[in-house]
Every structure is written in structure tokens, then in C-alpha cells.
Ligand binder design. Structure first.
Ligand code: ATP
Ligand code: MG
Length: 323
């Protein structure tokens, strides 16, 4: 379930009508409408209470805000009434099995353990993690805003004049993640949430690994075909430059509204990433600053040696202009 506008968030409709249609509002007196309002509110609270689940000291609120094959994410309330909302991500199926395996292995970390150590303004703050009746969960600050993927898809006005700012924020978040020794491995606009003020945060450490863990990792290739660097597709090798390639794809989408090297299916997409050169973003959209277009093309170099070697290097070259 991809979230929509800020208006949708936290208000997943629960299907309870405000009042049976036969009691049209217009037929009711003002005090009656007041009572109807209170009863409706009560019904909603009871429904959401009946649905809520407890994780540690947190109670989920209403329906999930998002659900995919790997996890279900709820808005939840904290310890005290004034604690503010949190998000709880509960791992499903294969993600839960991976978490169990990693938590049993010395020197390995599952998503919650990794994420809780991070503290940066462009990275979602993870508050705690746990395992309740066999369910692995991660508690985070609740980010009140849609994903960058949704903003790009809708060509939201929030992007106007803010594209470079959002790119810079994601780059700062990623540079920080790399400084901690982690490789994110799932950089894409879906994994960036943006609040109403344009503040962007990276989320989702589900497949991140530390440089140290990487050496022990003989697992399967992981990533979304549209964001996979050629060395990952060809040899299943990755390092920070693989994240920089994925960042290049995300920057391309932010700048042009379209993905570079999009094939008809995942195999064609991977082939294009292996062998084809992307059209420079400035040729797709002539309002893209040339300096930015060149940076994106360099991130998308087939040979990792030709890319920026660190995100900090890239940040130094990002133009200041508003775009
Ligand atoms: N801290 C948060 N605050 C608000 N919403 C969140 C938060 N974390 C996650 N979400 C919502 O849950 C969705 C899925 O989160 P996440 O990407 O971590 O899970 P996932 O299982 O890896 O999903 P996917 O496979 O779609 O990437 C996000 O796109 C977002 O809508
Ligand atoms: Mg995700």
C-alpha cells in the first residue's frame, strides 16, 4: 500500500460509516448531530482499539500505513500520551527468517540492531527494536509524509525548486551511513520519506550490511533491477559505489521524472544497465542544470572506478542553484 497525500496519512479509512445514510445530517437538529458525531467517534475508537496490537510499550493505531511482501508498518502510540506517534515495522516471512538467522549469528546484525545505531537528520531515527511472540519489529519516529517515489510519480508541487535540496539531503544521509561503515543496498525514491516542509529522510535498512559483515556474506544478489549497478548484476559484488550508482538512478528520476535505462521487464532493464548509456538528464529535461546532469551521468558510469568514489566527493560538486 503506497501512501498518498498528507491528508491520507494516519487516517486509513476503516470502513465504518459516519452514520447510516438514512439519518441524513440535514434531518437532524444541532444537538442530535453532536451526539451522532460523538457516537461515530466512539465507534471508530472501539474499532481501532479492537485492531490494535501491542509491541513492547507501543500500541498500533488502526490499519497499516503500508504493507508489502517483507513487512507491515503501523502508526503507533508511545508510552505517554504526549510522546508523539511512532512507526512500527513488523517483519514478515522471508525478512523475519533472515532477522532470526542474523540475530543468532555472532558478529551479524538484523535490521533493528543496525538501524538503532544511526543518528542523522536525513536518516529515520530508530528508537528501539524487539521480538514479541516471535515477531521481529522495529520502532521508529513517525515521518508524516509520502515517499519520494510518490512525489515524483505525482510530479508534486512540493518538488518545485526543491529537487536539489532533496538530492543534497539524501546524499548527506547516505554519506553518513557510509561513514558508519554500512552499505545501504536499497537506495531508491521509495525508501526516502519527505515531510510537508521538504525534509527528506532515508528509511529501510532491511538489506544493509556493514563492510565487516560483507566479507561473510555469501548470500544472493539483492536489489531492485532498476537501481542495480553493473558490477552487482554481473558479479554480485558491491561497495559504497554500488549505492552511489543507485543514488544516480534516484537523482535521475528526481530530475527528469523518469528512470534511466528502463526495459520492458527486469531482464531487459538489467541488460540496459550492463550495456547501454543513459540519455543525459539535461537532454531529457532542459531545465536540469548541466552541472547536475553531469554528476548524475558520472554516478551511472558502468565502471565503478569512473564514478565518484565517495558521496562526500559528489556533495562537493553539487551546484547550489535552486532546481
Ligand atoms: N518511520 C516511518 N514513518 C512513517 N512511515 C513509514 C516509516 N517507515 C516506513 N514507513 C512506511 O512503510 C513503507 C515500507 O517501509 P520499508 O521500506 O521500511 O519496508 P519494506 O518492507 O522494505 O518495504 P518495501 O519493500 O516497499 O521497500 C514506507 O514506504 C512508508 O510508507
Ligand atoms: Mg523499503
Amino acid at each position: 500500500m503506497e501512501r498518498g497525500s498528507w491528508d491520507d496519512i494516519g487516517r486509513c479509512e476503516d470502513g465504518i460509516p459516519v452514520w447510516p445514510a438514512v439519518f441524513s445530517d440535514a434531518l437532524l437538529s444541532s444537538p442530535e448531530r453532536h451526539v451522532v458525531g460523538i457516537l461515530s467517534k466512539l465507534a471508530r475508537m472501539l474499532k481501532s482499539e479492537a485492531h490494535s496490537e501491542i509491541f513492547g510499550v507501543y500500541r498500533t493505531i488502526g490499519e497499516p500505513v503500508a504493507e508489502g511482501p517483507m513487512s507491515v508498518v503501523y502508526k503507533a502510540s508511545g508510552r505517554a500520551a504526549d510522546d508523539g506517534a511512532v512507526a512500527i515495522k513488523i517483519l514478515k516471512d522471508s525478512a523475519a527468517r533472515v532477522a532470526r538467522r542474523l540475530s543468532d549469528q555472532p558478529g551479524r546484525q538484523w535490521e533493528g540492531e543496525r538501524a538503532v545505531e544511526l543518528n542523522h537528520r536525513n536518516v529515520v531515527r530508530t528508537l528501539e527494536f524487539g521480538c514479541e511472540s516471535g515477531a521481529f519489529y522495529v520502532v521508529m519516529e513517525y515521518i508524516d509524509g509520502p515517499s519520494l517515489a510518490w512525489l515524483i510519480h505525482k510530479q508534486s508541487p512540493l518538488l518545485h525548486g526543491r529537487r536539489l535540496s532533496i538530492i543534497r539531503q539524501i546524499a548527506h544521509g547516505l554519506a553518513y551511513i557510509h561513514r558508519t561503515g554500512l552499505i545501504h543496498r536499497d537506495i531508491c525514491p521509495k525508501n526516502v520519506l519527505v515531510d510537508g516542509t521538504g525534509h527528506a529522510k532515508l528509511i529501510d535498512f532491511g538489506v544493509a550490511v556493514s563492510q565487516a559483515e560483507k566479507l561473510k556474506d555469501t548470500g544472493r544478489r539483492t536489489g531492485r533491477p532498476s537501481y542495480m549497478a553493473p558490477e552487482l548484476i554481473r558479479d554480485n559484488v558491491f561497495d559504497v559505489r554500488t549505492d552511489i550508482y543507485a543514488l544516480g538512478v534516484a537523482m535521475y528520476e528526481i530530475s527528469t521524472g523518469a528512470r534511466p535505462l528502463a526495459g520492458a521487464d527486469r531482464y531487459e532493464t538489467m541488460r540496459l544497465h550492463l550495456y547501454s548509456a543513459p540519455t543525459p538528464p539535461a537532454h531529457v529535461n532542459d531545465s536540469v542544470p548541466l552541472a547536475l546532469s553531469n554528476i548524475i551521468v558520472r554516478c551511472l558510469a558502468k565502471d565503478p572506478e569512473q564514478r565518484f568514489q565517495t558521496v562526500d566527493e559528489l556533495l562537493q560538486e553539487l551546484p547550489e542553484a535552486a532546481f
